[in-house]
Structure formats: structure tokens, C-alpha cells
Design a protein around this ligand. Structure first.
Ligand code: BV8
Ligand code: ZN
Length: 283
């Protein structure tokens, strides 16, 4: 475990030193954000891709937007669901999944705690995944609260060929009765994406599970997140404040970079395979 007091102003980028620490770790948490899916072609939130039509993603990812215009919000999520059909896990997702597989026989645990809702960690083969903000392919009924996995394309007939991202696209103005509806007999309530919107609390059980893993981890990687969204952005700094080694993988500095022991600048698809390669044999 790196000596916290000796921490220099700047994190280290010494991959050999990081891998030596990694070799001793028994319970590893890998926190990920939109940047881990960037090389799969999934737009990040705050980068240029963070726009859909004339809106920034986070203005549509709110309960107010859904209450005000459920058709528009469903077009936005329908578009993001359909986009995933042509997106695949990248080398970063695969390195994480392989690392979990390799360490299992050594009784060493790897847990992914992701802010992403794109489902790519699971598709890469990761098993121990905590989805902080829900999942694009789950719905929740606003009436009976039933949560269901839904991979239908399109999710309902009225959304077929809708969701065009171009700023000049005309909103479909789908009547609410034609939007996705609950199939639980006798319910028929309006469905919403089972995701955490801005201003909504995270699921307490999910938060508890994440808290448990963060409290017991002896190494933490934080990959592809701008670390501005609460409460997820506090997780890695809290681990670092316990004197546990945290390594940040990002294209640039974030507001919390200097709280960490390591910072590896560059694409996660390049640095994560290097950091996690042969993770079960390194001594
Ligand atoms: C809550 C699901 C309370 C939806 C998402 C002021 C102070 C403190 C808090 C607040 C505040 N004002 C508002 C709040 C609360 C708000 C918040 O934090 N707002 C921020 C903007 C200030 N938080 C909330 O509302 C949360 N809830 O606080 O509840 C509460 C309690 C009780 C009762 C009621 C309420 C809920 C937040 C969850 C929102 N939902 N997603 C959807 O996806 O549609 S968050 C959304 O942003 C995504 O999940 C995304 O993951 C997340 C964070 O973004 P990042 O993942 O970091 O992505 P970003 O694009 O920002 O950055 C990408 C990074 O990758 C960059 O650093 C880039 O450099 C890097 N990168 C790019 N390419 C690569 C790369 N790195 C490596 N390799 C590459 N190739
Ligand atoms: Zn229902």
C-alpha cells in the first residue's frame, strides 16, 4: 500500500510500480464512467457526443423532462438503445473481464462499479458488476413499479424509426398511450427507463453493495469518468483518503486527479490492457 504521507503533489505514472502493487491486491474495485465506452463509439456525456438534437444529455435525463415530455425522453432513450446494436465492448472492457476471470482461482476479487447504463461490461464477460445508474435495457413501471429487462427493438411500435439525433429532427410527439406500457395484467402503466436521472436518489440497496465493496477494497482503479457527478464522484477519493492506492485512467486530469497515487493519461483501451495483463502471474 502506497505511503499516503509521502504522496507527491502529482500522481505517479509508473506502470511497473502500479503492477507490483496490483500483484498484492486481493479485493479490487474498478469504478468506470462513460470514458470506458468511448472507444466502443458510445458518446460520453460531457464530450462533444453529449448532445442529442439540441439538448445536452443531462437536461433530458431528469424526472421533470419525463413528466413534461415523455415522448421526447423516450425518443432519446430509444435512440441510445438502438445505437447499442452496433456497439461492442472494447479492449478496456475485455481487460477488466479477463482480469476478474484470472484472479478468481486465486480467490482475489474484482468488482466493477459502473456509472454507465450501456451494458458493455456484462457483454464483455464481467460477472461482478454494480450498475449505479441503472441500465438502458431495463424498464420500470411508473404505476406498479415493476422492473423488467427489455431488449425489444423497437421497444414499442410508435418508436420504430424515431429518435433521430440530428438537431433538425422533428420531435415525434407520440401520444402517451402509445409509449411503452406495462404488461403486468391489469396494470398498463407508463414505462420509464430504469435509470437514475439527475435529482433522483440512487437505489439504496445498490448504494449499500457499492459501499461494502469500496470499504473492503485494497486497490481501486477509476476509469473514464470526469468525476463530477455525485455521489459516484466521491467514491474513489474516499478510498484514497483511507490510504488505499487509487489509480486513475483518463485522457486528461479531473478535479480529483491529485488525490490519487497513480494517473495514467491516454485511452483506457490502451492503458488498461497494459495495467491488467497477466494479472494472475505478476509477482
Ligand atoms: C443525487 C443515468 C440526491 C442517466 C446518470 C451540486 C452539488 C452536488 C450534487 C449536485 C449538485 N447539483 C446537482 C447535484 C446532484 C447531481 C449531480 O451530481 N450533478 C452534477 C452534474 C453536479 N447528482 C444526482 O442528481 C444524483 N442523485 O444526487 O441524488 C438525492 C438524494 C435523495 C433524494 C433525492 C435526490 C444522480 C446522478 C445520476 C444521474 N444519471 N446517468 C443516463 O445515462 O441517461 S449520470 C451520467 O453522468 C452517466 O451515468 C455518466 O456516467 C455520469 C458521469 O459522467 P461520466 O461517466 O464521468 O462521463 P463524462 O462524459 O462526464 O466523462 C467522460 C470521462 O471519460 C472524461 O473525463 C473523459 O476525459 C474520459 N474519457 C473519454 N474518452 C476516454 C476517456 N478516458 C479514458 N479513455 C478514453 N478513451
Ligand atoms: Zn405496471
Amino acid at each position: 500500500m502506497a505511503d499516503k504521507t509521502a504522496k507527491s503533489a502529482r500522481p505517479s505514472s509508473d506502470m511497473t510500480a502500479f503492477r507490483k502493487e496490483f500483484a498484492k491486491a486481493k479485493s479490487i474495485v474498478i469504478l468506470t464512467g462513460a470514458g470506458v465506452s468511448a472507444e466502443s463509439g458510445v458518446p460520453t456525456f460531457r464530450g462533444a457526443g453529449g448532445f442529442w438534437r439540441k439538448w445536452q444529455a443531462q437536461t433530458l435525463a431528469t424526472p421533470e423532462a419525463f413528466a413534461d415530455n415523455p415522448s421526447l425522453v423516450w425518443e432519446f432513450y430509444h435512440y441510445r438503445r438502438e445505437v447499442m446494436a452496433s456497439k461492442y465492448p472494447n479492449k478496456a472492457h475485455e481487460a477488466i473481464a479477463e482480469c476478474e476471470r484470472r484472479l478468481k482461482p486465486q480467490n482475489r476479487k474484482v468488482t466493477v462499479i459502473t456509472q454507465n447504463i450501456d451494458g458493455l461490461h456484462k457483454r464483455a464477460g464481467s460477472d461482478s458488476i454494480i450498475e449505479l445508474h441503472g441500465n438502458l435495457f431495463k424498464t420500470r413501471c411508473v404505476k406498479c413499479k415493476d422492473v423488467a429487462v427489455n431488449n425489444d427493438s423497437p421497444i414499442c411500435e410508435a418508436l420504430r424509426d424515431k429518435g433521430e439525433p440530428d438537431p433538425s429532427a422533428v420531435d415525434a410527439k407520440i401520444p402517451v398511450e402509445n409509449l411503452p406500457r406495462c404488461k403486468i395484467s391489469g396494470c398498463g402503466g407508463l414505462l420509464r427507463p430504469h435509470v437514475v436521472w439527475f435529482g433522483e436518489a440512487l437505489n439504496t440497496e445498490v448504494l449499500d453493495r457499492a459501499g461494502e465493496e469500496l470499504d473492503k477494497c485494497d486497490l481501486c482503479l477509476v476509469v473514464g469518468t470526469s468525476s463530477v457527478v455525485y455521489p459516484a464522484c466521491m467514491f474513489a477519493p474516499n478510498v484514497a483518503s483511507r490510504g488505499i492506492t487509487v489509480a486513475e485512467f483518463n485522457m486528461e486530469d479531473t478535479p480529483v486527479t491529485n488525490e490519487f497515487m497513480y494517473h495514467f493519461q491516454g485511452p483506457a483501451g490502451e492503458h488498461l490492457p497494459a495495467a491488467l495483463a497477466k494479472c494472475d502471474t505478476e509477482k
